[in-house]
Write a protein of this length. Structure first.
Length: 524
């Protein structure tokens, strides 16, 4: 490590900032403990106090790890700075949790435990408390190593491990477990396919055109129509269903009407007032900054309304069981429990979310506004499609899959382009350098269609089929591997995939350990 005088103060400053964040987190948990002791302990005893503290810890870890999926691509694309992203996401996460968060949750999260398999209230409380703590610890570990994982899978895996420890294999709902395993494949695959399809469409219709500005001006209203349509339907189906029950067809129809109204406004009011678009890829990219901010806010709202239950669902179940001394299939969530979840998620994001935001925004692959827009659209549409077909999906896996899809598409296009350049060089001896340079200059300026024509003409004109290639076979192979390494980091792909695969078993193992520890401490 560099120990120069300039580096030492920087390291000390980072350590100070880290200590400050930990102190704030500790104070939040301390405030929750004091509130639970003063207001709630009289009705619930020490278990409610401990559960409230663990629920606060879990909520902060959800904010630190999972919310990055919503704002990371926008930050990486420089549509908004990190500080603005933290503020916007924290506000909309809290609003989503408080306004549209579930009022009733299943006591056994996700149905992973068969109802009736655990009938003893004390055993159930220990299971829920151990599961909540295990899920939080696993998220903490994943955040520390920079791996975005599914918080839903973390808590479901924890409940699975606790159920196994409490009642054995017969307590496990295996069809639900199979659906969870299926989501490991379905979520990133759908997210990646949709994101890659959107990006390729944008490249073909805008980036590869000579007049990019005019192409963008024609396409923007349609893109915004699709975005408003998709996100309205997404919110109605995924987030607002707790306060307004609505069927799929009605949600799609409402989204279509709002999208159409926005389309007309863009065509008649917005675009006539903003005629100047720089005819470059950079200029066109600027058009997507505002939609990205809009998408990040809505995705954060949706996330807060849905994933807050991962933190407060087990806590609400513990509170209900302690007070009523019996098990309920579903329980209401007290408002104070909802507030703990909302504040905890927002605080965790602000204090510890920057690391995962940077990982998703810039470390996996380079993102610009168009690529980030494609990822956001893929997230909304994947959830809509999956909801309609009953497919289990994870918002984390969808977002990361979308980033992978964008990165691999760029890699494929770049590799293809490199092969096209090699093909051009193969048709000329090396001594004809001026001819090659002239052709390459014209080729660089040509459109995609013109490049294809030039290549076909080149093949017809070739006389010497055995002309030596400018690059050897090994050099061409190395060139392709360089493109791959530049465009998407394999080390991060492997790290994230490994974290996904071990999330359920790791949180299950931790939960089983905590369950046995609690039972050993609390049994007479």
């Amino acid at each position: 490590m560099d120990s120069s005088p300039a580096t030492i103060p920087l390291l000390a400053q980072r350590a100070l900032h880290e200590r400050f964040r930990l102190i704030i987190a500790f104070l939040f948990i301390l405030c929750v403990m004091v509130y639970a002791i003063v207001v709630q302990a009289a009705q619930g005893g020490i278990m409610v106090v401990v559960a409230a503290m663990v629920g606060a810890y879990m909520a902060m870890n959800i904010g630190a790890n999972d919310v990055a999926n919503n704002v990371g691509p926008a930050v990486g694309a420089k549509a908004m700075p990190l500080v603005a992203a933290l503020i916007i996401a924290s506000i909309f996460e809290a609003l989503g949790a408080l306004i549209a968060g579930s009022n009733v949750v299943d006591t056994i999260r996700g149905g992973i435990i068969i109802p009736g398999a655990i009938s003893d209230p004390d055993t159930f409380i220990w299971l829920m408390l151990g599961s909540l703590f295990a899920g939080a610890v696993w998220l903490n570990i994943a955040t520390y190593v920079g791996a975005p994982v599914s918080t839903t899978h973390s808590i479901v895996g924890a409940v699975l491990g606790g159920g196994l420890a409490a009642s054995g294999l017969h307590a496990i709902n295996f069809p639900v477990l199979i659906n969870i395993i299926l989501s490991w494949v379905v979520s990133p695959l759908l997210g990646g396919l949709f994101a890659a399809a959107f990006l390729y469409t944008l490249k073909y219709l805008v980036v590869y055109k000579d007049d990019k500005a005019e192409a963008a001006r024609r396409l923007l209203p349609l893109l915004m129509f699709l975005m408003v349509w998709a996100f309205t339907t997404y919110l109605l189906l995924k987030s607002l269903s707790n306060i307004w029950k609505i069927d799929f067809v009605t949600a799609v129809a409402i989204g279509f009407l709002l999208g159409s109204a926005f389309y007309l406004w863009l065509r008649r009011r917005y675009l006539p007032q903003n005629k100047e678009i720089i005819n470059t890829k950079y200029g066109v990219n600027q058009l997507f900054s505002l939609p990205l901010i809009f998408a990040a806010a809505l995705l954060s709202f949706a996330h807060g309304s849905n994933d807050v239950s991962n933190a407060i669902g087990p806590l609400a179940a513990i509170v209900d069981t302690v007070r009523d001394a019996h098990l309920s299939k579903s329980v209401g969530i007290p408002f104070w429990v909802m507030v703990i979840g909302a504040i905890g998620i927002s605080l965790g994001l602000v204090l510890f979310g920057a690391k995962l935001i940077r990982t998703l925004g810039s470390e996996i692959t380079e993102l610009d506004q168009m690529r980030a827009f494609c990822i956001a659209m893929a997230a909304a549409i994947t959830v809509i499609v999956a909801s309609q077909f009953g497919l289990p999906v994870s918002s984390t896996h969808i977002a990361v899959g979308g980033i992978f899809g964008v990165g691999f598409l760029r890699e494929y296009l770049k590799t293809n382009y490199a092969q096209m350049l090699e093909e051009i060089r193969e048709h000329y001896p090396e001594e004809e350098r001026s001819t090659i340079n002239d052709f390459m200059e014209r080729f660089e300026k040509a459109t995609v269609r013109e490049r294809g024509i030039m290549l076909r003409k080149l093949k017809r004109l070739k006389k010497d089929k055995n002309a030596p290639a400018v690059l050897s076979k090994s050099e061409r192979k190395n060139l392709r591997s360089v493109y791959k390494e530049e465009l998407i980091k394999r080390s991060l792909v492997i790290r994230i995939a490994a974290a996904w695969l071990i999330t359920v078993p790791a949180s299950a193992l931790l939960s089983a350990m905590f369950f046995f520890m609690l039972r050993g401490m609390l049994l007479p």
